[in-house]
Write a protein that binds this ligand. Structure first.
Ligand code: FES
Ligand code: FES
Length: 162
């Protein structure tokens, strides 16, 4: 089948408080929609088959692999990407904790780590280290050895509790 005969479908999503509307091929992934249609390249693509977690975003408040969702599946959804964490150019508490505790090196995995940790801290404001490790077990990092990431999330939890 020629691509021209497949047709397109309308998609409208709210991303970080902004509405993005457009036609796209039904096979377009949500990750590619965010990166190429919305210009939100903070959502990274590593494995593109649901293993590495680099593409993790929040869809209606729940973490999701943007590489495993089609853009058309997200029609009508409210999405948060890593760009939506900072307000007015200021890092939020979680991002500051990653910065202060060296929770990143190359930074490739960091958007996914941040989004997964955001969901964790929303649901559990006082996790212990084991719970942080369990939660982040679906996010792969090739650089840090994970200790600094876990420390960062625990520090962020303390900061957010005041
Ligand atoms: Fe989506 Fe790896 S790029 S899980
Ligand atoms: Fe490099 Fe995690 S900081 S992959």
């Amino acid at each position: 089948m020629n691509e021209d005969t497949i047709g397109t479908m309308a998609v409208s999503v709210t991303v970080n408080g902004h509405v993005y509307t457009g036609d796209c091929e039904p096979r377009l992934t949500l990750a590619d929609f965010l990166r190429h249609r919305c210009g939100l390249t903070g959502t990274h693509l590593g494995c593109e088959h649901g293993v590495c977690g680099a593409c993790t975003i929040l869809v209606d408040g729940r973490s999701a692999r943007a590489c495993l969702m089609l853009a058309v599946q997200a029609d009508g959804a409210t999405i948060t990407t890593v760009e939506g964490l900072s307000g007015g150019g200021e890092l939020n508490s979680l991002q500051e904790a990653f910065w202060d505790n060296h929770g990143l090196q190359c930074g490739f995995c960091t958007p996914g780590m941040l989004m997964t940790a955001t969901e964790l801290l929303d649901e559990n404001p006082e996790p212990d280290a084991a719970e942080v490790r369990e939660c982040l077990s679906g996010n792969l990092c090739r650089c840090t050895g994970y200790d600094a990431i876990v420390t960062s999330v625990l520090d962020a939890a303390r900061r957010m509790r005041g």
